[in-house]
Design a binder for this molecule. Structure first.
Ligand SMILES: [Zn+2]
Length: 474
């Protein structure tokens, strides 16, 4: 047998992984049976007794493998594999899960079950399966005789899904690892997150009630980070007013998405789109934008409302990339998106909320100035402004370089790091990146009904995480 501290002995590692797999699977089934949704805080269990039980379960398992465990008072826990030299590599995963109800599932969320090679249960892929794959990867390397040069600290979080209270506790009591990864997003390696601004543009005007079409209201959107799936405008209309809209719609390019109905003297326009997360507008169809474009072709009163609709259509109604307000931008890793997500207009005022995500190498301060310039030019008021700086870990340093090499060696696929629009758990610490468990373009099961991980994926994650941990700690 060769010495694993000199070179990675693939066949030996594979044999140990196969040998340990039944225990890994059994452990995952037991862990999935703990319904670790955030619950009522009690003494020593700030996120509820079930979250604490899940953390304790993993600390116990780590202890059996011979790692040194630390109990973070029910907030978080970690297991150390001490290294021969200074330095520390962190692996950050979480044990809390989002709620799930029996009635929405074909299988049962907290009574895990294996069917056709799939392990079903809430948390199977987010994030209990990947967490155990990492823990077992460490146990496999240990059994193979590997002696890490740096300490490997596996951190079991208890509050990723609702507020990062686990990370807050950790930072108050312990030092951040030098660098590391979080198996809670996707491969190859996510090294950055765009900056995010949630802002609202409002305007007020005088009421005025003459004309064939009088606006009553416009409404669209459900949340500040979701592309609206529906939008509605209501008008008080004369016969001529109704005719104007019907004539327009007869040859309107987006008419398949638009439905008109009448109620007394009111004409109601409904638009159907397709919801998606605001960080990936290209995957949805924005009903708010569609209704803006339509309304910009219709003459209606009050004039103030009509002017407001024309302005915001020009600014954000025609594209999702900020071009209409001269903000279109990109760097070598990412591009800007600007998506209208909420719209409320009545007879005397209007407000539109915009989800803006800017390139990872740009600054919040720059976009704060731009948004104010836009508002000023069109006499709009910024009624809400919340901004978050982007995050970026260097592409050519540890841990990104090592993890990309491992991904390439394991899959044969190209090794380009990714920047995404949304946030990941890796945001918790400096020099942390997201690494798996999804493959690029793999459809996500996280937070969905009948969440599962396949047995094959659980095995394969153990293989790739073993190589990754070896590469970072050798
Ligand atoms: Zn997660």
């Amino acid at each position: 047998m060769s010495n694993i501290n000199e070179s990675y002995d693939q066949p030996q590692i594979e044999a140990i992984i196969r040998d340990k797999y039944p225990l890994l699977e059994q452990s995952l089934l037991e862990l999935l049976a703990i319904p670790s949704v955030q619950g009522t805080a009690t003494d020593g269990a700030p996120f509820g007794a079930d979250v604490k039980e899940a953390i304790d379960y993993c600390l116990n398992l780590a202890d059996k493998f011979g790692f040194t465990t630390t109990d973070g008072e029910g907030y978080i826990g970690f297991a150390d594999w001490p290294g021969n030299n200074d330095g520390q590599i962190g692996i950050l995963s979480h044990l809390d899960v989002v709620p799930a109800e029996d009635k929405d599932w074909q299988y049962r969320p907290f009574t895990p079950q294996i069917v056709d090679g799939r392990i079903y249960g809430r948390g199977a892929i987010d994030d209990k399966g990947p967490l155990l794959a990492c823990l077992f990867a460490c146990a496999v390397l240990k059994e193979a005789g590997f002696r890490p040069s740096k300490t490997i600290r596996q951190i079991f979080g208890g509050n990723e899904e609702s507020g990062f209270g686990d990370i807050e506790y950790f930072k108050k009591h312990f030092q951040e690892p030098d660098c590391g990864f979080s198996p809670d997003a996707s491969f190859p390696v996510i090294i950055g997150e765009k900056g995010i601004i949630h802002w609202e543009l409002s305007q007020k005007w005088q009421m005025q009630d003459q004309g064939d079409l009088l606006l009553v209201s416009i409404e669209a959107g459900t949340a500040a980070n979701i592309v609206p799936a529906s939008a509605q405008a209501v008008f008080k209309a004369t016969l001529d007013g109704k005719k104007q809209i019907k004539d327009l719609l007869r040859q309107y390019p987006e008419k398949a998405r638009i439905r008109i109905s009448e109620r007394d003297q009111q004409l109601i326009i409904d638009v159907k789109g397709r919801a998606t997360h605001a960080s990936t507008p290209e995957e949805g169809l924005n009903a708010l934008s569609i209704i803006l474009r339509l309304l910009s072709f219709i003459n209606f009163a009050p004039q103030g409302a009509k002017t407001y609709i024309n302005i915001i259509t020009q600014l954000i109604g025609n594209d999702d990339y900020g071009c209409g307000m001269w903000m279109g931008a990109a760097d070598e890793l990412s591009f800007l998106t600007a998506v209208p997500v909420l719209l409320k207009v009545n007879q005397t005022s209007g407000t539109v909320a915009i989800d803006l995500r800017f390139p990872v190498t740009h600054t919040l301060d720059y976009y704060q100035k731009l948004t104010h310039a836009v508002a000023q030019k069109f006499d709009l008021t910024i009624s809400t402004f919340e901004g978050k700086e982007p995050l970026l870990v260097k592409a050519d340093s540890t841990p990104t370089r090592e993890l990309l090499d491992v991904y390439h060696a394991h899959t044969g696929k190209e090794k380009t790091p990714l920047v995404i629009g949304g946030g990941t758990y890796a945001r918790a610490f400096k020099n942390f990146v997201a690494f798996g468990p999804y493959l690029p373009n793999e459809k996500g099961m996280a937070h969905m009904a009948d969440e599962y991980i396949t047995q094959e994926k659980l095995l394969d994650l153990t293989r790739i995480y073993a190589r990754a941990i070896y590469a970072l700690a050798k």
